[in-house]
Design a protein around this ligand. Sequence first.
Ligand code: FAD
Ligand code: NAI
Length: 328
Amino acid sequence: MTVPIAIIGTGIAGLSAAQALHSAGHPVHLFDKSHGSGGRMSSKRSDAGVLDMGAQYFTARDRRFVEIVQQWQANGHVAVWTPQLYNYHAGRLSPSPDEQTRWVGNPRMSAITRAMRGDLPVTFSCRITEVYRGKHHWSLQDADGVTHGPFSHVVIALPAPQATTLLAAAPKLASIVAGVKMDPTWAVALAFETPLQTPMEGCFVQDSPLDWLARNRSKPGRASNLDTWVLHATSDWSKQHLDLSKEDVIEQLHGAFAELVDCAMPAPAFTLAHRWLYARPAGAHEWGSLSDPDLGVYVCGDWCLSGRVEGAWLSGQEAARRLLEHLE
Ligand code: FAD
Ligand code: NAI
């Protein structure tokens, strides 16, 4: 039997690598510490319906990504979202329409990674704590002390700080990845019984604790009895308030929303806060992916490229390409 390739992380980068390796005829086995796939593209089921707390939408600029997004569209897993966009700058809110195509998972962001996963073998609720090499093969140890393996290669598809902790056996890679900093984002969802009297469905925000807000229920497939909104704080605000309680984060970001929106702001009927510790890379990199082919270790993730959904998918493809190239 062929020894499979281990892939740690079932965000879009890990799944992109998994699909490419599987299509090339190589068995893979995926691991994720969460109970489901999607990572920062996952969606939260709640009393106010399904909420996109992480990635809000994505754009497709690279030809290869455009092609795959068109396939997802044909299969019904993504749809175009055409929000009434606004911009908030220097205390003024103004409409800010544009021609950009913005995609969302349909009926929720996680529909994309759910479809990518298909029947690929995954072990969920399994936090990998160590990656080590035996005489011929790789093994993984998880937080419960269970060993998984053997594996021919390892693909690590995690935010850089989490990847660094698994790279003890690949010190050259570890020293590069350890230099990548990632910033947090506090995300808050609010739902109102009476719809807010504003046509706004998305807003790019400057000069505020917020940097983005969206009317979640304006996205395809997210109908809700409540008027649902998702607010994202800036990296700076999130860093400064990293350990604030969820209640206080909700209160402060609700206040910032009330300050910028051009209508009355009732008390929300439902609130939720989520802290993304490693939301986005603090700087830009153009690595595609990183690897130590002689060892058989490959690292990918959004931080290897643009820090966006498209960059994460491309990075997974690049890790798989490098691995396959080395096998030839
Ligand atoms: P992730 O999605 O982070 O996947 C990593 C996976 O690894 C996770 O599932 C995690 O559970 C798992 N994991 C971590 N450690 C371990 C371990 N030790 N063992 C096992 N599993 C582990 N991008 C856009 O293009 N447009 C946007 O509008 C946008 N908005 C965003 C808003 C927010 C608040 C955030 C947080 C991100 C946003 N992004 C956006 C970025 C986008 O979500 C990411 O670029 C992309 O989803 C990253 O995918 P990934 O596979 O590289 O990593
Ligand atoms: P995009 O092209 O829609 O936006 C890129 C940037 O251009 C925006 O951040 C905004 O500053 C500006 N912009 C675009 N359209 C605008 C308009 N109509 N009016 C005013 N400003 C406009 O999408 P792209 O390039 O795919 O970027 C993805 C988005 O995801 C970005 O907004 C980025 O900030 C966000 N993101 C957020 C993360 C987080 O942790 N909060 C992590 C990663 C990405």
